[in-house]
Design a protein around this ligand. Structure first.
Ligand code: PLP
Length: 376
């Protein structure tokens, strides 16, 4: 079976983990954590990047920093992973889901403004498949209504919107380094702090509400509990794994883009029977995934089982959050669901990962083409 994901291995992971173990410091914020943060700050031209234990906890931290409180409303797409919604819900906020665009599956920027009420505090955008949302329009709405913007860039590491890296455009950006993402540390993530006035508070919240970071920099002579917080820092063992991947970030990115392009070119002539991913002008994606859209749910179900018969694992996601049991409890859909449910029922992901064997990829391509030949 050709599985839909194999976690990335860049080469030096074990060597770096051994170094971390040998150094005698395996808790958080050691040399590998600092190398990862500095690498991202430099590469993404980001004010401050802090490693977290997951993409989910990066979003949780962003909600605390954004001052989200019970009764606040947060606008987000319904077509996203549950973490995008659990973050505001953990703060007692209400999720206001809006529709997506059918081309990128990202939040439809033209539907946001109508969902704004007196209670709206923030917009959480999710850059699906590492393809940017229309950030120009979204930042403009946010400025006019005095809202914060949080980018769920879990899938968008190394991708860009014009000349800016995803995660560095809104007030806060959130990355995931889960094993299904482009760069991994097993479980892990990072928060990008783009607001200068939030950097110090971010360090405190991440360190159980203490000012330990200032203590280590010699700015205070003892550290103490100063704010609310949690333990959001991953161990050096995880950071060591990630650093091996970041060092090879371009190689991994180029390799994924090449696989993505092979799929795209192999299926281009099927347009009309299927829809292929759309990359709008100004967006530089990172080949986080390759998906197709079939006619409808029935067609997709037949397609997935056909591929399975050919030894290819294809998967789908997401059940729209507004129709999920928790979504019904914690949120509401604003406006009409024109595309969210429809597109989610048509979408299917093909196997796609770093260093995918070209022969395996040919097997996937042949299986996909076989389905359309047999169902002409
Ligand atoms: C993967 C993912 C997350 C969660 O990341 P974890 O590191 O698994 O917590 C959040 N949002 C989106 C859009 C994701 O794809």
């Amino acid at each position: 079976m050709i599985g839909f994901n194999i976690p990335p291995r860049a080469g030096k992971e074990l060597e770096y983990i051994a170094q971390a173990v040998g150094s005698g410091m395996i808790c958080g914020d050691g040399p590998f954590t600092h190398r990862c943060s500095e690498w991202m700050e430099r590469r993404f031209d980001a004010r401050r990047v802090l490693l977290t234990t997951s993409g989910t906890t990066a979003l949780d931290m962003a909600m605390v920093l954004a001052g989200i409180e019970p009764g606040d409303e947060v606008i987000l797409p319904s077509f996203t992973f549950s973490s995008t919604a659990t973050a505001p819900v953990m703060r007692g906020a209400v999720c206001v889901f809006t529709d997506i665009r059918p081309d990128t599956n990202n939040i439809d920027e033209t539907k946001i403004e109508d969902a704004v009420t007196e209670k709206t505090k923030a917009i959480i955008v999710m850059h699906y498949a590492g393809v940017s949302c229309n950030m120009e329009a979204i930042m403009d709405i946010a400025r006019r209504h005095n809202l914060l913007v949080i980018e769920d860039a879990a899938q968008g590491v190394m991708a860009k919107y014009h000349d800016k890296y995803l995660g560095t455009i809104g007030d806060f950006g959130c990355y995931s380094f889960h094993e299904t993402k482009n760069y991994s540390m097993g479980e892990g993530g990072a928060i990008v702090i783009n607001r200068p006035d939030a950097v110090e508070r971010a360090e405190i919240i991440r360190e159980k509400g203490t000012n330990r970071a200032r203590f280590y920099r010699g700015q205070v002579d003892k550290y103490t509990w100063v704010d609310l917080g949690d333990s959001y820092l991953p161990s050096e063992l995880n950071a060591a794994y990630l650093y091996a991947q970041l060092e090879k970030a371009d190689e991994i990115n180029d390799n994924r883009l090449a696989s993505w392009k092979r799929y795209y070119e192999a299926f281009e002539d099927l347009k009309g029977r299927i829809d292929l991913p759309v990359i709008p002008e100004g967006c530089t994606h990172n080949a986080h995934m390759f998906y197709l859209k079939l006619r409808d749910l029935e067609d997709r179900t037949r397609f997935i089982s056909y591929l399975k018969g050919k030894g290819v694992q294809a998967v789908f996601h997401y059940i729209p959050l507004h129709s999920s049991p928790a979504g019904l409890r914690f949120g509401r859909f604003h406006g009409e669901d024109v595309y969210t449910t429809k597109e989610s029922e048509r979408l299917v992901r093909l196997p796609m990962y770093y260093n995918m064997d070209p022969e395996d990829q040919q097997t996937v391509i042949a299986a996909v083409r076989g389905f359309f030949e047999e169902n002409a």
